[in-house]
Design a protein around this ligand. Structure first.
Ligand SMILES: Nc1ncnc2c1ncn2[C@@H]1O[C@H](COP(=O)(O)OP(=O)(O)OP(=O)(O)O)[C@@H](O)[C@H]1O
Ligand SMILES: [Mg+2]
Length: 352
């Protein structure tokens, strides 16, 4: 229900009336008795928003696990919810999935409130819970067939097996799969109802780098199919590689959000060019005379702050002109780890 205040056209009295969005109701002024219609505006939900959380809060006893956070996820994007252990990622994602009850706040999926429309909405979402397990003694194909029967809308199982690259595994028992393959089956389970939104809670935790990459490819392919992906992770590389939009959650609060480039521009350090073992004298002075920000780091490297990529070519040409002798040059890009360090004073991986 929404509240609307209108001014009586006859006596100027302010009348407060309550109604549902889209409703037209007849009211009479309590002062002069004039009757009139009040139209309650329809709530206009932007068509391109897949998930909207407003003032979402979860309190466990005396712990505020999620502290009145608000965010929205656009349709078709990979949204990474990045944060260390205990930040509140699973609590948030499971409130959106209707598994946990929020202490306060509201959630909309595809423009509809989950508190009133979840039976309908559950057909449109797919879920890979954190540390999920499936039935040990049935095959991959049987697993997918089993889960697909839980939904009215069913994706083609052969199609999922093909797109998840599980053809060689379809007749293997779940218990005989490697960790990476089990995670791939987990993502496949989340797709059995051909969902519009896919929730993946830490899909690559505990996997080796090769298996992690394979799961990343699967997630990237979901975006290519137009699905919205809500990904929780504590791996900054995962967010950097996959996400269109990143929200950093720390102790139940979203402390920053934006695209990777926006976060790095706002909170990261400059890119630094490192020259190793330079034996030519005065290179630092020469660079600084030309208004480069050059210094010698603790390890003896010459370090030059690079604010645009043309500067790299300019530095190389100066080194060449001065016939500088050195072992190697590399550029260290600013990354999400630095963003996290800047915002919290500690490293993401240390907190995890
Ligand atoms: N059911 C619960 N009862 C009490 N406290 C809980 C419960 N679930 C989570 N917590 C606490 O709430 C906080 C947030 O937990 P949550 O699992 O949401 O974090 P997370 O970001 O998903 O962490 P992880 O990366 O370890 O999965 C933690 O301090 C956790 O111990
Ligand atoms: Mg978690």
């Amino acid at each position: 229900m929404v509240e609307k205040k209108v001014k009586c056209p006859q006596c100027g009295n302010i009348i407060t009336s309550v109604g549902s969005p889209g409703e037209v109701t007849l009211v009479s002024c309590p002062e002069c008795g004039k009757k009139g219609k009040v139209t309650f505006k329809k709530v206009v939900v932007s068509d391109d928003v897949a998930i909207e959380a407003i003032n979402l809060k979860k309190v466990y006893d005396d712990l505020v696990a999620v502290n009145s956070i608000s965010f929205s996820v656009k349709k078709g994007e990979v949204f990474a919810f990045l944060g260390p252990n205990g930040a509140g990622k699973t609590t948030t994602v499971e409130m959106i999935e209707s598994i946990r009850q929020p202490t306060a706040g509201s959630i909309k999926l595809l423009g509809e409130d989950i508190s009133s429309s979840f039976d309908k909405l559950k057909e449109k979402i797919g879920i890979l819970p954190q540390e999920y397990h499936s039935f040990e003694r049935i095959t991959v194909r049987e697993t997918l067939e089993f889960f697909s029967k839980l939904y009215k809308k069913r994706a083609n199982i052969d199609g999922i097996i093909g797109s998840m690259d599980l053809k060689d595994q379809e007749n293997k028992l779940y218990m005989n799969l490697s960790g990476g393959l089990k995670q791939r089956v987990g993502v496949a389970i989340a797709l059995v109802n051909d969902p519009e939104i896919v929730f993946l809670d830490e899909p690559t935790t505990g996997l080796d780098p090769k298996a992690r990459r394979e799961v990343w490819d699967v997630i990237a392919s979901l975006r290519n199919k137009g699905k919205t992906v809500f990904l929780t992770t504590h791996y900054m590389e995962e967010a950097e590689y996959l996400a269109d939009h990143i929200a950093i959650i720390h102790k139940g609060n979203i402390i920053a959000e934006g695209s990777l480039a926006e976060l790095i521009n706002k909170y990261g350090k400059e890119n630094i060019l490192h020259i190793k073992n330079c034996t030519t004298k005065d290179v630092v002075d020469i660079l600084n005379e030309r208004e480069y920000n050059a210094s010698v780091g603790q390890n003896g490297d010459i370090q030059i702050k690079i604010d645009n990529k043309d500067r790299v070519l300019e530095v190389l040409s100066i080194l060449r002109h001065e016939c500088a002798e050195y072992d190697s040059i590399d550029i260290r890009r600013s990354n999400l780890e630095e963003v996290f360090l800047h915002l919290t004073g500690s490293k993401l991986m240390e907190e995890s």
